[in-house]
Design a protein around this ligand. Sequence first.
Ligand code: GDP
Ligand code: MG
Length: 596
Amino acid sequence: MKLIRNFCIIAHIDHGKSTLADRLIQACGGVTQRDFHDQMLDSMDIERERGITIKSNTVTLEYTAKDGNLYQLNLIDTPGHVDFSHEVRRSLMACEGALMVVDASQGVEAQTVANLFLAMEYDLELLPVINKIDLPAANVDRVREEIDADLGLDPFAAIPVSAKTGQGIEDVLEGIVHHLPPPTGDESAPVKALVFDAFFDKYRGVILQVRVMEGTLKPRDTIHFMHSDRDFTIDELGYNQFKLNPKKKLSAGEVGYIVAGVKSVQDIEIGDTITILDRPADAPIPGYQPAKQVVFSSVYPMSTDEYQDLTKALEKLAINDAALTYEKDSSAALGFGFRCGFLGLLHLDVIQERLQREFDIGLVISAPSVKYQLMLKNGETLEVDNPSYWPDPSTIDSASEPYIRAQILTPEEYVGPVMELCREHRSESQTMNYLSAGRVEVVSEMPLGEVLFDFYGKLKMITRGYGSFDYEPVEYRKTDIVKVDILVNKEPIDALAYLVHRDKSRARALHYCEQLAEEIPRHQFKIPIQGAIGGTIIARATIAPYRKDVTAKLYGGDVTRKKKLLEKQKKGKAKMKQFGSVNIPQKAFVSVLRAD
Ligand code: GDP
Ligand code: MG
């Protein structure tokens, strides 16, 4: 056990976590040169394209240190985005130490600070790494000062590296071995193993990723999941070394995989504690939190005959994504679909993109919503995330919505606009914190629902890309939420209804109306488009009737052209939905519902 190191890499997005992981793997000969492709650990296409890590992967490396000992290094990859902070927590629980990567040209960012606090919560030993020293804009001395002033870590312990050129990589490996502590635990105690991740394999079923805290696991042991109260028998266990490498046992302190006949990740709970049925531990590992969906949205196939495909695709995605929830939903406007729950906006984005790309399904996605808590006048409470289930306003006593503490790091010159942006998004308080030279931390408590709409994009714009953002949930607070209906020719279109704070209701309704007016073709008659709260109209736009016949100006001269035009019109009709007497093209929904 003295020769084991369990660690993860934490960093702000883009600071080089994946590149550094690749370099460490290469330096330890974890994979042959021929098999090596950049960003080994970022396995999904979308991750590679966007350069973010969504699904974490773990690898066991062997390193012969300068002291002559052969060390087993377990690199536990953590997702790098706020939506997945509970996954980060689970990964941290499996480690004794962490490399804290800071980009030498960018310095400390919001996520770096947020991750530092998390790592400290789990008592991890931290080793700062200053990356990208090959860049002309690198300023190692300034970053050392920030590591001291902003993070409170020893600036002299920081290791300067270039994950790109490989400079300093050996120093990092020596740092891991000498500065990060080995695990502790009793190999003969009753088993406690943390399931910190799981993924689905077509041939083997679910592959559990575990960190054994106490005791020893062996093939054919019957294991018991302490939270979900389910039993399975271990078929195989071993180390993750880019292929599954079977072993005879996994003991306290070790990290590895287990195959145990689990069919879907939805059958188990990640974060659960495994023990052995015959000789169980008395209590699970503390700190368990189930994944929590905070953003909800309805997903409909663009054409109704794709509903079966959508069902199958969601089933497939859920097998591998324990945090995705979905249930049947239907809309008069868009037919059958699913109400899905996501960990956050990025999670929604990723699922949406995978459905469209991997499964080739055209989608209409309703406006994302948070979950509101309602106190009704009859004393009952109700949780609502779907506008279709919003009760009659006269029955509501009070409503509350989830708040977050947002942490924004920005260069000093943009502080004014950043505070203004927060206030526009109903921030209730902003505090400022001057960090090292020219950089300010703005901490703002605001509704989660407000960052769902056009917040991050605007933040990036007003800070010229330098602003960074992270958040944590705080609590539910009283609020004045209303349901806004969108009516086309006096008919409410259910898929376009949304829940919003009263102060924000009008602006968005106007945006929807104007967008629809642009997307819906003219008819023989005038079409009013309205936004309404109950019976009160708060926004409107109008589509004027046809002035001329589309083909009139062709005088019947060019017959083929006329035919083509009529055919085009017919095709357009096929993709239309009939609402009363109005035809709405499907793509109108897509463009109206686009977040910004
Ligand atoms: P992550 O988001 O923290 O995983 O960051 P990545 O490893 O994906 O790196 C982000 C970008 O920085 C990529 O374009 C990398 O090629 C680049 N990068 C990473 N390390 C270095 C380095 O040491 N030097 C330079 N010049 N670029 C680097
Ligand atoms: Mg990455």
